[in-house]
Design a protein around this ligand. Structure first.
Ligand code: 9D3
Length: 231
């Protein structure tokens, strides 16, 4: 899978995507991630990428011409044009279902906004999907883009190694997971639930399912009502 990112802050992408699963997927050639600086496509001598909003209002708006040139530059590079995603507080909220859908694309182009957002003509004419990561205010689309990349990369066949399949994970089953423990069996008087040390396989499985149901009922009743992920 190829993912291109358009941003005014390419440096923000250095550390987070160079560790663990994403790092290995990139090294193994499963994920080709390219970060592009939108400012390189500014044409005036001040390299301006934003301007005052027509009609007045707070802050600045990213220019449609600069964004369009940056996008054309990226899409002219070899391969399919890709699905163009604009990370925006006005977007559809990212979910497990949406992550899986995005992961089916051979190529994604992620556009990160800054300031008060982008000129709406860019959204209207160039963007395929507008996506938010939730109802809280961030300073720009860079962290949301990294969240999306991390979530999507786990679905690239082979990215997780041989052990785990994302199909079997928590949200796919519609329940939260049971609590987990490892050695030592007792630490500062804090004990591991006895059933897990019993070796009684059937009892252990029953306990795990009870824990999952209780936790889901207490913490995420929305998942049980059938209006959560997957449904
Ligand atoms: C004055 C109105 N602005 C501040 C409340 C609106 C605004 C503009 C730009 C709010 C946030 C941002 C920057 N955020 C994103 O670009 C963003 C985002 C987010 O803030 N939350 C969740 N998902 C996303 S995706 C992109």
């Amino acid at each position: 899978m190829r993912i291109d990112v358009l941003t005014l802050f390419p440096d923000a992408f250095r550390g987070p995507l160079d560790v663990s699963i994403i790092k290995r997927a990139r090294e193994d050639g499963l994920l080709d991630l390219q970060i592009h600086d939108i400012r390189e496509h500014a044409t005036d001598r001040h390299k301006s990428v934003d301007d005052y909003p027509f009609g007045g209002g707070q802050g600045m708006v990213m220019r449609v011409d600069v964004l369009d040139r940056a996008l054309q530059f990226v899409q002219e590079q070899d391969g399919p044009p890709g699905l163009v995603v604009y990370l925006s507080p006005q977007g559809e909220v990212l979910s497990d279902r949406l992550v899986r859908e995005l992961a089916r694309n051979e190529r994604l182009v992620l556009v990160c906004g800054r300031y008060e957002g982008v000129d709406e003509r860019f959204v209207e004419h160039c963007v395929d999907r507008e996506i938010s990561i939730g109802d809280y205010i961030l300073t720009g689309g860079e962290l949301p883009a990294m969240v999306l990349i991390d979530a999507v990369a786990r679905h690239i066949p082979g990215a997780l190694g041989d052990e785990v399949s994302p199909e079997e994970e928590s949200f796919a089953g519609g329940l939260l997971e049971h609590p987990q423990y490892t050695r030592p069996a007792e630490y500062r008087g804090w004990e591991v639930p006895e059933v897990l040390l019993s070796g009684h396989h059937a009892k252990i499985e029953k306990w795990k399912m009870e824990q999952r149901l209780t936790r889901t009922r207490e913490r995420r009743p929305d998942l049980l009502r059938g209006d959560g992920p997957q449904e």
